[in-house]
Design a protein around this ligand. Structure first.
Ligand code: NAD
Length: 293
């Protein structure tokens, strides 16, 4: 619990992040961004909200179906970086809600530059033989439909403003997972959902050819967030916490800020020629193991 609390605030970053240094700059200056899945105190969405805010984003929509921590995040971001931050509480797999947040951004600012479709759930976390169909469908709905809706409505809005910007067009980013690249990691519903996200981002990039909208997926490895806290906590109790990192070439799990910094790059114009890609951000885990057929 003590170690978890180290991760609880972006301003109290774990040692590795302090060493790496959080990038503070103007890489998103003037841009308007939406991020889903921001409520979790340890999560990737929250860490990315900080990265976007300290990189000059003009306005940020922080979204989650659980809004309990969002007002605190909103005031933290406003106070620290002077960014306009809007709290939006909705289910990211609800079509009307996703359309509404995009419409709201356009109504308020006349533009949408970045949609980071990050909200997701771990799913059934049980053997394939035991997963009830409803549970399977629920994972697909939350993890896949949320990304589909983000692409659908963000691209509709971005199309109107991106085509005339040769370099700084729209950027749509989804959080997939290494579980979507390699077999054997994660439960069947989760892995299937993340493989679908990767393909959907690549296919969308081609469908949006000529619009100057980029679509990319990030594939985190094992990251200590709200989603994996149960795994870390039970490993700690068993004294096997070290084993989580042992299989990784970097000999550790990752933290949310290490994913957020990749999201920042993909959101920025520095990634202007990066499109239809899925990037494993996993300390080398997926690169160091052969894919099991
Ligand atoms: P997290 O649980 O800390 O954060 C996820 C957030 O998404 C939570 O705040 C949750 O309330 C929100 N959310 C869930 N369903 C939602 C919905 N239907 N609508 C709106 N919000 C919803 O976990 P995290 O690790 O930060 O997860 C972020 C993304 O990263 C997820 O898509 C997850 O699958 C992916 N990912 C995580 C890991 C990891 O090891 N933590 C690895 C690979 C991929």
């Amino acid at each position: 619990a003590n170690r978890l609390s180290q991760f609880a605030g972006h301003l109290e970053l774990p040692p590795i992040v302090q060493m790496a240094g959080s990038s503070v700059g103007k890489r998103l200056q003037g841009k308007v961004a939406i991020i889903t899945g921001c409520n979790s105190v340890l999560g990737i969405g929250r860490a990315t909200a900080h990265q976007f805010a300290c990189n000059g984003v003009r306005a940020l929509y922080i979204c989650d179906f659980d809004g309990s921590n969002l007002p605190q995040l909103q005031s933290e971001l406003k106070k620290s970086y002077g960014v306009e931050v809007h709290v939006q509480v909705f289910d990211a797999s609800n079509e009307e809600a996703v359309k509404l947040v995009v419409d709201t951004a356009i109504a308020n600012y006349g533009r949408l530059d970045v949609f980071f479709a990050n909200a997701g759930i771990l799913g059934a976390h049980m053997p394939v033989t035991d997963i009830p169909l409803d549970q399977f469908m629920w994972t697909i709905k939350v993890n896949v439909a949320s990304v589909f809706l983000a692409v659908k409505y963000a691209a509709q809005a971005m199309k109107k403003t991106s085509a005339d910007k040769p370099v700084s067009g729209g950027s749509i980013i989804a959080t997939a997972s290494t579980a979507g690249i390699r077999s054997g990691a994660g439960s069947t519903d989760y892995s299937a959902s993340k493989a679908a996200v990767i393909n959907m981002m690549q296919t969308s990039a081609f469908q949006l050819a000529g619009t100057n909208i980029r679509c990319n997926a990030i594939c985190p490895g094992i990251i200590e967030t709200g989603m994996t806290s149960v795994v870390y906590e039970s490993a700690r109790k068993r004294g096997t916490e070290g084993k989580i990192g042992q299989i990784n070439p970097l000999r550790r799990g990752g933290n949310a800020d290490e994913i957020a910094r990749v999201a920042l790059f993909l959101a920025s114009d520095e990634a202007s020629y990066v499109n239809a890609q899925f990037w494993a951000v996993d300390g080398g885990l997926s690169g160091s193991h052969p894919t099991v057929p």
